[in-house]
Design a protein around this ligand. Sequence first.
Ligand SMILES: Nc1ncnc2c1ncn2[C@@H]1O[C@H](COP(=O)(O)OP(=O)(O)OP(=O)(O)O)[C@@H](O)[C@H]1O
Length: 260
Amino acid sequence: MPRMCWEPGRMSLISVENLSIGYGANTVLSHVSLSVNAGEIVTIVGPNGSGKTSLLRAIIGAVQPTKGQVIRNADVRIGYVPQKLHIDPTLPMTVARFLALPRGISSAAIQDALAHAGVPNLATAQMSRLSGGQFQRVLLARALIGKPHLLLLDEATQGLDQPGSAAFYRQIETVRQQTGCAVLMISHELHVVMSASDRVICLNGHVCCEGAPEVVASAPEYRALFGTGTMGALALYRHDHDHDHHHHDCDEHGQTEAAE
Ligand SMILES: Nc1ncnc2c1ncn2[C@@H]1O[C@H](COP(=O)(O)OP(=O)(O)OP(=O)(O)O)[C@@H](O)[C@H]1O
């Protein structure tokens, strides 16, 4: 099992211990262990179908693990931005109304969340008229309403162009600075989130490797990502997944080094 790379003295908001998830006979995650500390930004990468969404859904309690557990202090508030959310485009609904659902939320709280999400002027806009980037900001605002200690983002920039996703991730960093919340996010855009992440976890049914972004950046696959654009990104997501290898281990400084 991989060892974790957090400083033992820091507070852990949630711990996933030896988690396995299956749908019928299909086991999608096996023996996954990880932890998220207060205030840190952790990015999960992995190929399609590698269990990333299932992991986040287990953390919020929407999926029951077949083995293992999610340990979460009862006081820890979690905000969740799903991968996608369908809203009937024929339904007239303002952003403020959407954010007030399902229970009444004060307009001051709505305005505060929209401001933190970087879209303070959208309260009266119609949901059906939002651009993709604005829609994501509104979903972010919805997750921020409960003033979470931990924000979970599931490919929150899907469908946005690169400047749009870069702006979204900058907003996430701003939210972290302003609120102190930790962030656990799934992204296919490691090159975009790299600088904002304290730690990167590569998932493919299990934790393949994890470490500081520099460790992942020093991998040949990551250099290929910078050098060859999309093809490099594909190379990155293919790495480690078709052969056995040792995990990256922590040294006493909390840094990782390849044990291969
Ligand atoms: N509710 C479900 N019932 C049955 N199978 C499911 C369910 N949810 C997910 N799966 C399957 O579990 C596997 C992992 O799915 P999951 O969405 O967790 O992966 P992912 O890494 O988030 O994928 P992607 O990058 O494509 O979003 C997939 O094979 C998927 O078809």
